[in-house]
Design a protein around this ligand. Structure first.
Ligand code: F3S
Length: 407
């Protein structure tokens, strides 16, 4: 891989030890993937933020980098293990809270904004088409590649951080035209409405394509931002590539010829998956009688302002009796505060959380069964926490939280 004189100087330590280490990581990565050069990046989104995942070793690594490292491009963070302003709302222990605060302090010293979110594009980190990024979180990466037509691989935490400290990423994978070309056409049989169904469709397409790039053909009206967000989250979770092209909707779909190989997702398959996921899955160690949801989680990926308003509308002035965690980003929560949404949701007993989510927060052992409208969320809740899950619409989740009855 050829480095420019500027990149050679970074590698040689001209910009400090942290930048030199970061450049070593990028060069090694580039060599593994046979990249010919390093590309300048426009923005970075860094994963590896929860103290629960990093542990003391990861924290020590970050604190060492922060002694002389500094981000040279705009960078934001993936969700942390807690709401940074209101950790007390989540029932976490003091040692975890202290560790998480040190992680965030180290990232801040590194010049990385503590906008801890999987929707950086709603939080001031919005790329233009064709811009080169180094983002980490799979739903954000998929949304950036597919809906925004920016270009990013799914970075690991260290490689994204290295990109932030140097401003470069190796030119391989989804930075190359050849890797973005769809190789299978996936036809959805039914018109879809709502994040629940688009998320389930993302799961089906992911399971069908197993890492191959898909050109997706869907009947019906174009999806909303919230539906595209749900589809982008589920697709890579269930095995799909972190990119898709949705015919007639996403910017690159018309660039490519339609692949000859065709797969289909039928309405009966979607209905069967909806029935199975809605009835409940996982959590075998609990008897069925103990499996009523004891936590309702919305905002996976982090909720938009419109989703917060929709939850308020569904509450209709009532209060929840089952805890309802509604996760969003810090900038969206600030907007919601401006228009009284936060007060209204909290008056209804909703736990509005920024900076975190139920998957990255260390909640294992405290809940038995989670109800959510996120196809990605149920996958990780079952996998990480051994929780039972019920995948329901947002309306059914809110109604269940209010009445204690889930359909
Ligand atoms: Fe975001 Fe957490 Fe879901 S990171 S996509 S809210 S699992």
């Amino acid at each position: 891989m050829k480095l420019t004189p500027h990149q050679e100087r970074i590698l040689g330590g001209d910009q400090g030890q942290a930048a030199a280490k970061a450049m070593e990581i990028l060069v090694a990565l580039g060599q593994v993937f046979e990249a010919e050069a390093l590309l300048p990046v426009r923005s970075v989104q860094v994963a590896g933020v929860s103290y629960g995942n990093l542990g003391d070793e990861g924290l020590a690594y970050l604190e060492e980098l922060a002694t002389d490292g500094r981000a040279v491009v705009p960078a934001t963070l993936n969700p942390a293990g807690m709401d940074l302003d209101h950790p007390e709302r989540m029932g976490l222990d003091e040692a975890f809270i202290a560790g998480q605060r040190r992680v965030i302090a180290a990232y801040r010293r590194l010049g990385i904004a503590a906008a801890c979110t999987c929707t950086p594009y709603l939080a001031g980190n919005l790329p233009a088409p064709m811009e080169t990024l180094a983002w980490s979180e799979s739903s954000a990466v998929t949304y950036a590649n597919s809906v925004l037509a920016a270009r990013t691989n799914r970075e690991g935490g260290p490689s994204a951080l290295a990109a932030a400290l140097t401003g470069f990423t190796p030119a391989y994978g989804l930075h190359l035209d050849s890797e973005r070309r769809p190789v299978v056409r996936v036809e959805l049989e039914t018109a879809l409405r709502g994040a629940l169904l688009w998320g389930l469709a993302g799961r089906m397409v992911g399971e069908r394509t197993k890492g191959e790039v898909a050109l997706v053909v869907a009947p019906g009206p174009p999806p909303t931002l919230e539906e595209l967000k749900a589809f982008s989250a589920a697709l890579p979770t269930y095995g799909g590539a972190p990119i898709f092209h949705l015919l007639g909707v996403t910017p690159e779909a018309s660039r490519w010829p339609s692949p000859e190989r065709v797969a289909r997702v039928s309405s009966s398959e979607l209905s069967a998956a909806l029935a199975e996921e809605g009835a409940g899955r996982g959590g075998a160690r609990h008897a069925a009688s103990q499996a009523a949801p004891d936590l309702v989680c919305l905002g996976c990926p982090h909720a938009t302002l419109a989703e917060l308003a929709r939850v308020r509308e569904l509450l209709a002035g009532r209060s929840v009796q089952i805890p309802l965690w509604l996760c969003t980003s810090r900038p969206v929560r600030a907007l919601a505060e401006e228009i009284g949404l936060v007060d209204d949701l909290e008056a209804g007993g909703v736990t509005l959380l920024a900076d975190t989510c139920f998957v990255v927060a260390p909640i294992g052992g405290r809940f038995r069964c989670i109800a959510t409208n996120s196809a990605k969320g149920v996958y990780y809740a079952r996998g990480h926490g051994g929780l039972r899950t019920r995948l329901l619409s947002m309306a059914d989740c809110v109604e269940g939280a209010v009445t204690g009855r889930f359909y």
